[in-house]
Write a protein of this length. Structure first.
Length: 135
């Protein structure tokens, strides 16, 4: 199966102040699956029931949360690595440490080589959108 895309038209102003129209690929998302769908798929390949898989998934999410909240990175084999990025205001010197405000910014996910390889092997097919759908 291939990933379907449609052409998307975008207008922009170039350096010479002329309006340009360009087209680029825009992935069509047919639907989004949830954890129950993934649980059924995964359960079909192992000895866990979908309910057991969901319990394991809930426990994994809890464990990842606990580890990330204490500054650990979490590497999940063929999935990838989760980590927390932080941000802060600037201070003038180390003596101003009491003035620094540190915040967690986001959870970062770095995909594994397994997913990197999968991305290289994906096929793409253009999906002709009927003219009645084009705006």
């Amino acid at each position: 199966m291939a990933i379907l895309y449609k052409l998307w038209k975008k207008k922009f102003i170039d350096k010479s102040n002329q309006e340009q129209i360009k087209y680029f690929a825009n992935k069509l998302t047919m639907n989004t699956v949830d954890e129950r769908y993934i649980a059924k798929m995964a359960a079909s390949r192992c000895r866990l029931s979908p309910g057991d898989f969901l319990n394991a998934l809930d426990s994994m999410v809890w464990a990842i949360n606990e580890c990330l909240s204490t500054g650990k990175n979490v590497n999940l084999r063929d999935l990838g690595t989760f980590s927390v990025s932080i941000t802060s205001n600037q201070i003038d010197s180390p003596e101003d440490l009491s003035k620094i405000r540190v915040k967690a910014k986001r959870v970062i996910f770095r995909q594994s080589r397994f997913f990197t390889q999968m991305l290289k092997e994906i096929e793409f097919k253009h999906f002709k959108v009927p003219d009645s759908y084009v705006k």
